[in-house]
Ligand binder design. Structure first.
Ligand SMILES: [Zn+2]
Length: 408
């Protein structure tokens, strides 16, 4: 499961990958970064980092992507480039990605000044020494000696001094440069062609770090003033994807669990002029637990919902804040899976109605909930039919719908 921040990062990176795709259509970043390449005249002006424009020849997109680049005059001037680099830097920090990569280019690298003095590095580039990774040729582990480079790339002996300068540059970037530094998957993915298979998925995997949600569990436990066990919390998290076939309901459940709604207390922190008092009862502070459950104005609504379930399924299902908010409780874990599914959907629909009346002084009505449930149950039928489990739908909802017929 991704946190909101991770989702944002992925979306932002998709934007960045589109940029790289525009820059190097059909080819990887390094593969098409030759400044003498032709046919890139149609790209927008701010994307012309890789063009043979003599004014831009000292700036390289690859340098920006693969190293911790600071902004020089030309990047600072460009709004899109400047902000794209800022976003990239934040992505690196948020995902603990090393600042530098072995894919830093040698040519067109403003941080390797000797490379800009003459055509030596351009010659190296034409011969195949494009990035720092190309300097590791001995079984791709050890930093190459000058003799090894000459032997492999046919470099003249007169380039020896430039070799020493490159070696010094690598030593400054990587503490243990003698052996090839481990490459982060983020940089490996950047080397892929944008149209390669599972391109975006690889980045998503790259950003999927296990972030503990325990702070949310503790926040709910404190808000509800009761224990929320780790087992119950795990179950609640898993229900986000199974509470309904409808994405909107899943999103509601996700936002509730992750405490993303604006309670009066939260609003007060942002806008001190807003009162912390609950708009419905004006007798207590509007915490999330209060606004979803504890508010006396909601008592009748929640009681009616639980009473309805007790009647439908001939079982005493007592009002329970864990069940209402998380869609499960310690007690319901022992219920049949059919009843658990029926309760999960009912609770998320109830929360939807609470949210519809979030700013209102009145509470949602039970009749509205029942009407909404009958409509949603028909949609849920699709899920079972899709899974070839039509009988399951009947088992889950027949008691509920039968009670509706009796009542009406
Ligand atoms: Zn209240």
């Amino acid at each position: 499961m991704y946190t909101n921040q991770q989702i944002k990062v992925v979306l932002v990176f998709q934007f960045l990958s589109i940029i790289t795709g525009l820059l190097t259509p059909g080819l990887s970043l390094i593969g098409n970064s030759n400044p003498t390449d032709e046919g890139q005249v149609d790209i927008p002006s701010w994307l012309q980092l890789e063009t043979p424009d003599p004014d831009n020849k000292n700036i390289s997109l690859c340098t920006c992507l693969f190293s911790d680049s600071t902004f020089d005059k030309s990047t600072r001037k460009d709004f899109v480039l400047r902000n794209s680099l800022r976003i990239l830097r934040r992505i690196k920090v948020a995902n603990k990605i090393p600042k530098d990569s072995i894919y830093i280019p040698i040519c067109q690298n403003p941080f390797f000044k000797p490379g800009q003095l003459d055509v030596t590095c351009t010659i190296w580039k034409r011969k195949g020494i494009i990035t720092l990774a190309d300097l590791y040729i001995d079984t791709l582990i050890d930093f190459a000696s000058f003799a090894q480079l000459c032997n492999k790339y046919n470099i003249p002996n007169s380039h020896f001094f430039r070799y020493l300068q490159v070696r010094h540059y690598v030593k400054q970037r990587f503490e243990h440069f003698e052996t090839i530094p481990t490459s982060h998957p983020f940089y490996d993915n950047l080397m892929l062609a944008p149209e390669s298979k599972h391109f975006i998925t690889k980045f998503v995997d790259c950003f999927t770090v296990s972030v503990s949600s325990d702070f949310l569990r503790q926040a709910w436990a404190s808000d509800l003033q009761s224990d929320v066990s780790a087992e119950l919390w795990e179950k609640a998290l898993s229900l986000v994807h199974s509470c309904s076939i409808n994405t909107r309901y899943r999103l509601i459940q996700y936002k509730v669990i992750h405490r993303l709604h604006y309670s009066k207390i939260k609003l007060n922190k942002i806008f001190p002029s807003v009162s912390t008092q609950c708009d419905k009862c004006s007798s207590a502070e509007g915490s999330l637990a209060h606004m979803f459950w504890f508010c006396p104005q909601l008592f009748g609504f929640w009681s009616a919902v639980f009473k309805w379930y007790s009647k439908c399924y001939s079982k005493d299902i007592l009002p329970n804040h864990n069940l209402a908010i998380f869609g499960c409780s310690t007690e319901t874990l022992d219920y049949t899976s059919d009843l658990q599914m029926a309760l999960q959907l009912g609770m998320v629909v109830a929360k939807k109605l609470v949210l519809l009346n979030w700013k209102s002084t009145t509470s949602p009505s039970f009749d509205h909930w029942l009407k909404e449930m009958v409509s949603v149950i028909q949609i849920e039928r699709l899920r079972q039919e899709k899974q070839d489990k039509r009988n399951r739908h009947v088992t889950i909802w027949r008691p509920f719908l039968a009670q509706c017929l009796i009542t009406t």
